[in-house]
Every structure is written in C-alpha cells, then in structure tokens.
Design a protein around this ligand. Structure first.
Ligand SMILES: [Zn+2]
Length: 229
C-alpha cells in the first residue's frame, strides 16, 4: 500500500516532529506558569468573569470541562469551557488561558470576519478530509488523473482551515495580553512574561497544525503528479 510509502514518511516525519515539539513546549510552559500564582490571586473562572463584566459581554457563560488543556469557547452556546487546572487554580497560566478564550468570545460578539470564515469552513473540512482521500485513491486506481486532482482540491480545504485558524488564534491571544494588563489582572513584568510564554507556545501548535496540513497536501500532490508521468 503506497499510503505508507517512504515518500510519505519523508513528508510526514518533519510534521510529526514539529507537532511533538510544539506539544511538549505547550505542556512545559503550562506546567511552569501554572505553579506561579498571579498577584491578583484570581482563578481562571474569576478572571473570565471579571473580563466578561469589563467587556460588557452579557450572556457569555463560564463552565468547567474535563481534561487538561481542553479549554475552549463554544460560539453555539456562548460559553467559555475551562479545564479544572485553569478554572479553579489562581495562576499566571490560568488567567492567560481564560483571557485567550474570552478573546474568542469577543471575536464572536463582534462578528470578527476570520472567525466566521473559519466556522463556515467546518462542514467543508468534515466532508473533505474523507471525500478528498477517496477521490484521490479512486482517481489513482482508475488512472483518472482529473478525479485525483479534484480530490486534492477538496482535501486542500483542510489546509485552508488550518491557515484560517492562525489569525483567529493570534488575535485572541493579542486581545488576552492587552485585556489582562488593561484590567490589572496581571501587573508585573514577570507575569507578563508568563502570559506571553503560555500564549506563544499555544500559538506554535497552530503553526505546526498548518505545516502538517500543507505537508500532507504536498504528499498527495506528489503522488498524483508522479502517476501522470
Ligand atoms: Zn484559541
């Protein structure tokens, strides 16, 4: 089966290493700064609540969610889901993550275009990741190159989604850094350093996600263009 050919490994090993490295980097930044208490002594939930009030984001709820580093904002029920380690621990990492998720709630309230664009891609990505692969395989099997290229086009939706994720995430983190200083939730330059470390590490995972999606796409392109000759 050519799916696990050596060419595939050449494309995917760098992606795998980058994903592993960025995931390690996030965990180590999180572990370090979740042990450093913020001067304000606010937990993630308290910081989120304070930022909701400061930003007049009425209707935005805060709830707990299971797991570690599973924090997210769900625009469907306008709720910040904070993991236990963020929700109930007063640390620099907690307030950084809570403020980042609140950044997404602000984007949602404003109708921030990159967020809406990315949400519109979700159904395409869900269908495309399977359909694209099937079209590529059938196209290659039947030596119907146009069909394989159509599969690549459909599959490319995943890379576009990963690309569209970057402005959404970078913007949420930029908002978080600004809000935390503006509201006085963080005060010292040491705390600012911690907030930057946690949020920049998280940003790197989205860059790694994009690199992986692009390498995967390039692998399929090499497969299809190689077959044509
Ligand atoms: Zn985010």
């Amino acid at each position: 089966m050519f799916f696990f050919s050596s060419t595939y490994l050449i494309y995917m090993i760098p992606a795998f290493l980058l994903m592993a490295l960025s995931s390690w980097y996030v965990k180590s930044a999180y572990n370090k700064w979740s042990r450093v208490a913020s001067q304000s002594r606010l937990t993630g939930t308290q910081a989120a609540q304070q930022l909701i009030n400061a930003g007049n984001l009425y209707g935005v709820q805060v709830q707990g969610t299971a797991g570690n580093l599973t924090d997210h904002y769900d625009p469907r029920d306008k709720t910040l889901y904070l993991s236990q380690g963020v929700a109930s621990v007063a640390s620099v990492a907690s307030v950084a993550i809570a403020a980042h998720e609140l950044g997404h709630a602000m984007q949602d309230a404003e109708g921030y275009f990159p967020l809406r664009f990315r949400a519109a891609l979700v159904p395409i990505v869900n269908i495309g990741s399977n359909l694209g692969w099937i079209l590529i395989m059938i196209g290659l099997f039947l030596r119907f190159t146009q069909l394989a290229w159509l599969g690549i086009l459909v599959f490319a939706g995943g890379a576009v989604f990963a690309l569209a994720t970057l402005p959404v995430e970078f913007n949420a983190s930029a908002r978080a850094k600004h809000l935390l200083v503006q509201t006085g939730i963080i005060q010292t330059s040491e705390e600012q350093r911690g907030v930057n470390a946690v949020l920049n590490a998280a940003a790197l995972t989205y860059v790694a996600g994009l690199v992986t999606a692009v390498l995967q796409l390039l692998y399929y392109v090499s497969l299809v263009s190689g077959r044509r000759r």
